[in-house]
Design a protein around this ligand. Sequence first.
Ligand SMILES: [Zn+2]
Length: 149
Amino acid sequence: MKKFIADGMCGGLARWLRLIGYDTLYFNTSRKIELIRTAEKENRIILTKDKKLVSKHPKFVNYIEGENTFSQFKEVVKKFDLEIKEENLFKICSICNTHLEKIEKEKVKNLVPEYVYNNKENFSICKKCDRIYWEGDHCSYIRKKLKTL
Ligand SMILES: [Zn+2]
């Protein structure tokens, strides 16, 4: 599976790629050398709006045309022929790019709102940023948006 690094103005794009299961780092830094080093070391494609960076390293730096998050996402899905599969959705923390782990319902009792606890059965946790995830309304919104691709 392809891996990415989103740069600067492509933070929203990084979140969408994580939602469909693609390992995507987000670097908002002016030190472009860090980006390049990480991309080389971890075999990642850089997604950026920095044309200078693209012309210096055309092999693995990809220029993003789109001005808004979803059009950028569409562009990357098409260009790199990314797969959108139900079993890959919502497997990576959209905030910090860590693989989510299942967690028993009883363990999240004091960590999620009461109505969520009472109405949902399946929960996962990001062990890095401690965020708890469950299948909520935002998931059906995301699925609907993905169908428009
Ligand atoms: Zn996280």
